[in-house]
Design a protein around this ligand. Structure first.
Ligand code: GDP
Length: 466
């Protein structure tokens, strides 16, 4: 990160609110010249340049050259909030202008601030500055983006906890323990004669194991946390007339897909959003899977295949009152190793398919329902959540970001290797090397060990003004 100058010598500005008709729009200015730039565009009783921190000032936004002239052209009536370094979002001097919403006022005030010497901020640049100034770590900065993108309360809660430092605190503790382990191992290597050999003592091995176990605990429920953060695609598939459209409607609780007795009616994908235990689910109904000569239906079948490939979970629907068909066996084989839940529908008519399914070893996860009577639908919702790695309303996991999960998983594997090496009396250098790599992997989450390229990738996900 040495290429990035901290503190920055330029002052950035952006509209921080979404565009469109609204009550208010907020502009944010940050940097060493924030107070001067803002003062140049502000006409009110107080002078922003001399204002104390955390104070509000009513006045008018004006074009910079006109700020001192009596007949200054007014751009908008504003309230300026002054935050002096380091007690601000970025730890720099910050001024936030609240002006009227809509597209005109904020755009005009922005133009004035740019004319006064500020530069337009890049996406996420305010949060990047907060990270580089050390006010928040990288996992907290990423939580800011997660919070903005959250579409359900549960996803918002998860992001908020991470923003408050739930992950940072735990990782910082692990980093501290590991640093002590590395110091002990390296001391033994460096002063082998003084401390008697390079074997790693049992208490250090135990400490490494403890960190590894903590990491494993931290990763529990991370798959479900990811589903909460990102949402998941769930696709209904199966033979024609199995009851996919009926189930689609039953899950949505409303009539949406066309239900008919003529096989092959659903020829295209119908998609709808729903929320299951805080997870945003994009539920798709697809054309029935069967061989067909009908050109339109064939395209539908191809699309259904594509929908299954994209899905995080396939609900394979079977008419449970009839024996399993060739397509069911084919699906079982072709979809091996991927997430699928078998939905044995038409339970009101019988359980013939279930008897067959239970003879498989092992039988796939299944649930019996009747889309028509509604029996088993609640059970189906729970089963979907279980398949996504969650327990309804239970522990949700903390690590929602796949980048974090990958780095923490890698750190865990490195620690396993380190402890195996330590107990098999491998040279202390090897153990130290693995511990250092594990520390680096933890640093990828907190941001102590990241390159500019990764930062660019992470912060480009942000909107301008954040
Ligand atoms: P799709 O082709 O798989 O989408 O199947 P549909 O949802 O269009 O249903 C096909 C037929 O089965 C319709 O006549 C539905 O009313 C009927 N059906 C769907 N679910 C059930 C059920 O649970 N019990 C009974 N008895 N009939 C059902």
């Amino acid at each position: 990160m040495s290429a990035v100058p901290v503190p920055f010598d330029d002052t950035i500005v952006a509209i921080a609110t979404a565009s469109g008709e609204a009550g208010l729009a907020v502009l944010r200015v940050s940097g060493p010249q924030a107070l001067l730039v803002s003062q140049a565009c502000f006409k009110g009783r107080s002078r922003l340049a001399e204002a104390t921190s955390h104070t509000l000032h009513h006045g008018w936004a004006v074009w910079p050259e006109a700020a001192t002239a009596a007949a200054a052209a007014r751009l908008d009536e504003v309230v300026a909030a002054v935050f002096r370094a380091p007690r601000s979002y970025t730890r720099e001097d910050v001024v936030e202008f609240s002006c009227h919403g809509g597209s005109v006022p904020a755009r005009r005030v922005l133009a004035a601030l740019l004319a006064a010497g500020a530069r337009l901020a890049r996406p996420g640049e305010f949060t990047l500055r907060a990270f580089l100034a050390g006010r928040i770590d990288l996992s907290q900065a990423e939580a800011v983006a997660d919070l903005i993108h959250a579409e359900t309360d549960a996803a918002g809660d998860l992001a908020l906890a991470q923003l408050a430092g739930s992950l940072s605190v735990r990782i910082a503790a692990l980093e501290e323990h590991l640093t002590e382990c590395v110091a002990e191992v390296e001391a033994r290597v460096d002063f082998a004669e003084d401390v008697g050999g390079v074997e790693v003592p049992p208490h250090v091995v135990a400490a490494i194991e403890a960190v590894r176990a903590d990491l494993a605990g931290l990763l529990e429920g991370s798959e479900y946390a990811r589903a909460l953060r990102e949402g998941v695609r769930v696709t209904l598939a199966g033979r024609p007339n199995a009851g996919k459209s009926s189930l689609f409607n039953a899950l949505l609780g409303e009539l949406r897909a066309i239900v008919t007795e003529v096989p092959g009616t659903t020829r295209d994908r119908v998609s709808e959003r729903l929320e299951l235990d805080g997870v945003r689910v994009q539920l798709s109904d697809t054309a029935g899977m069967r061989e067909t000569n009908d050109r339109v239906e064939r395209i539908g079948v191809q699309r259904a295949q594509a929908a299954m490939d994209e899905a995080g979970l396939v609900l394979w629907v079977v008419d449970g009152s009839t024996p399993l068909a060739r397509e069911d066996h084919e699906f079982h084989q072709s979809h091996a190793g991927r997430r699928a839940l078998w939905v044995l529908n038409k339970r009101d008519l019988g359980s013939i398919a279930l008897r067959e399914l239970q003879e498989w070893s092992p039988p796939p996860p299944w649930v019996e329902v009747s889309a028509q009577t509604g029996a088993g639908i609640e059970r189906l919702r729970h089963a979907v959540i279980e398949q996504l790695g969650g327990v309804a309303h239970g522990q949700r996991g903390q690590v929602s970001n796949p980048r974090h999960a990958e780095a923490l998983g890698r750190a865990g594997r490195l620690l396993s290797q380190a402890s195996v090496a330590a107990t098999s009396n491998a040279p202390g250098e090897i153990v130290a090397l693995e511990l250092r790599e594990a520390l680096a992997a933890l640093g990828e989450v907190t941001g102590t060990h990241v390159g500019e390229e990764l930062l660019d990738r992470i912060f480009s996900r942000f909107c301008i003004g954040k």
